[in-house]
Design a protein around this ligand. Sequence first.
Ligand code: PLP
Length: 396
Amino acid sequence: MINQTMMQLGKKRSVIRDIFEYANSRRAQIGAENVFDFSLGNPNVPAPEIVNRTIRELLDTQDDASLHGYTSAQGAAPVRKAIADNLNERFGTAFHADNLYMTCGAAASLRITLTALSAEGDEVIVFTPYFPEYGVFASTAGMKLVEVSSDAATFQIDFEKLGAALTPSTKAVIVNSPNNPSGVVYTEETIRRLSDLLAQREKEYGHPIYLISDEPYRELVYDGIEVPYLTKYYQNTIVCYSYSKSLSLPGERIGYILVPDEVCDSKDLYAAVCGAGRALGYVCAPSMMQQVVAKATGQVADLNIYRENRDLIYNALTQYGFTCIHPDGAFYLFVKSPVEDAVAFYEKAKEFDLMLVPADSFGTPGFVRIAYCVSTEMIRRSLPAFQTLAQAYGLS
Ligand code: PLP
């Protein structure tokens, strides 16, 4: 018999995929310009100029074997060194090439990391709302996902709830700041309190609790907001990074795992990361892209467009009477459904050809997510539809 869990996983379409298919059918019926699709977190801003320039230079200057050949399983050493050097320059850290394992994006980074850490009965804590794939990655790595609700007003960590959720079975805690889907960035105070609490529980339980920082949106922040670099606050931090959003390269599948020297049993953990990469078939991340990100690391796609989009949609929707979380980062707006059932609200929005994502699968019923990584012009055209939607609920 085939693997039933995998079969179910393959058959089950995500809500976002369903919306995507529905939006496509509406485009065919009424014309693309009349469909306002806010469902996908697919960056619409072009990659920074250095990306395509580097690809052209590589094509012109390198032979096929060095450009398209295998690198070492954990990624080419000069690439890992270039990334470590850039991080050290930006964050005052002391990383080196052997702290890094190159991956096919944050999804692979997370899946490998959880596999490297997991033992029978281990729990991994996530804060709602969270990226729904965490559930898939944790369960397939043999871990139990434990959801902890965030503070209802600020979407920062609710420390009372976290305190109650931590147990001797807690192996890891995943944080994602800037957050998909809320756009919230954890403050330095939140990070300090989190670090203190985890350190205290490590002592109490007599084993490490790993903090996994899932940070594909690290550079996507507005108004000079700082995103604390977690390895500087908490010893047992592992970073899962991706260039999908910062460099607008989601289809190129490139990112990394960072296991700093300070982490407990760092060398063994790094070996376990290499082992998990091997076991999962995630070795040698795309070799040309490794070279591209080594050149472009630390650079960011055009944030001005995202900021303009954020201001436009946040200001308009709040003016129409919707309650929205103010996003300091990423490119998502989290909107409170005017009725308890966010799926009903999402269905109503579809009547106006507004494609939103109900946040039930993010662990936060009663909200919808709007991905504003779309053209500013589409947002402008969609505003009358949002206003009519607000009126349908008596909001404006
Ligand atoms: N983590 C979060 C919070 C995300 O939003 C995403 C993608 O949207 C991922 C991980 C996966 O990123 P990647 O495309 O690099 O695999």
